[in-house]
Ligand binder design. Structure first.
Ligand SMILES: Nc1ncnc2c1ncn2[C@@H]1O[C@H](COP(=O)(O)OP(=O)(O)OP(=O)(O)O)[C@@H](O)[C@H]1O
Ligand SMILES: [Mg+2]
Length: 300
């Protein structure tokens, strides 16, 4: 089973309006809601691939209940710990032209709740082959929270993937993830030098503790710097679509491949195909299964 951790999940709400006009009142023509957060996107993609997955993390309040209901509706196995403060919502107002977002800050997690989660996570590890740690840390979780979870997973013989940004990324690398998947902006923030070439930037993440780096470069595809060599994969096609969540689909493919011990060269090609198929689908956490099949069909 692949364990997908989301410490700061969200209820993603989208309001459709005819035209967004600041400082006026709008009639909302449609409301959609989904369970959001990067680890939940990873879990959703893995579940759709038929890969055994367990979503875990922290949920609180009525918003947390709603997220749990939506996961259950989609049949995604979940084992979250409850916290007292309410999970966050994100609101996107979409008017056909563009979307305008409002992101709530997220609940504050107490020291006791964090200790409780660490113990819960440790208890889930015996059933896991790979643990994926994705997204931001909610207030109250120590900045080295991911390093703590990574060390526990590694001690339990579970392989690990880290996908986060900023200080949680820097501190998390000290927990020696088997693989880290930054995008170009996240890696530039880590090195402090946006002018650095991709290979040198990836080497920087290795020096900080990652055992392998898969750098996702949007339409340029993937660059993997690993103990077995350097591998690149271009997208099977440049897709016009929704790139939000493409990185999460990429992480899902990498997790499945790590669990199956797929060789890097096939692994990065598969990750490029699955993430392109995610761009082809309008919602984060969903991919175009026909496109994915087409791009990975090796029969002559
Ligand atoms: N327009 C596109 N066409 C085809 N493939 C794409 C396109 N955009 C992204 N991809 C694929 O998806 C991968 C991940 O995209 P990207 O680098 O944007 O991830 P990200 O910034 O981490 O995304 P997110 O965090 O929103 O999920 C890219 O490395 C590439 O292989
Ligand atoms: Mg990303």
């Amino acid at each position: 089973m692949i364990l997908a951790v989301t410490l700061n999940p969200a209820l993603d709400l989208t309001y459709a309006v005819d035209a967004l006009v600041p400082h006026t009142t709008h009639r909302v023509t449609a409301v959609t809601e989904r369970a959001g957060g990067k680890g939940l996107n990873v879990a959703s993609v893995l579940h759709a691939l038929g890969e055994p997955v367990l979503a875990t993390g922290l949920l609180g309040g009525a918003t947390g209940d709603r997220i749990a209901d939506l996961l259950a509706r989609d049949g995604i196995p979940a084992s979250f710990r409850r916290i007292a403060a309410g999970s966050r919502r994100t609101v996107a107002v979409a008017d056909g032209l563009d979307a305008t977002g409002f992101w709530e800050p997220g609940p504050t997690v107490t020291a006791g709740e964090w200790r409780d989660f660490v113990a819960h996570f440790r208890g889930l590890l015996p059933g896991a082959s790979v643990a994926v740690l994705s997204g931001s840390l909610p207030p109250g979780v120590p900045v080295e929270g991911y390093a703590t979870l990574l060390a526990l997973a590694t001690d339990a013989g579970v392989r690990t993937i880290l996908d986060t940004s900023g200080e949680p990324l820097r501190a998390g690398l000290g927990g020696r993830p088997d693989l880290v998947k930054p995008n170009a902006a996240e890696l530039a923030a880590l090195t402090g030098d946006p002018g650095l070439d991709a290979r040198s930037a990836a080497d920087h993440a290795l020096a900080l503790g990652a055992r392998a780096v898969v750098l996702s470069r949007g339409e340029l595809g993937l660059l993997a710097v690993t103990p077995d060599g350097v591998f690149e994969a271009a997208p099977p096609e440049t897709v016009a679509g929704n790139p939000t969540g493409a990185g999460d689909a990429c992480v899902a493919a990498l997790a499945r491949g790590l669990a199956a011990r797929t060789p890097w060269v096939s692994l990065v090609a598969d990750a490029a195909a699955l993430s392109a198929a995610a761009v082809a689908a309008p919602i984060a956490g969903v991919f175009d299964a026909d496109a994915y099949r087409r791009w990975t069909d090796t029969t002559p």
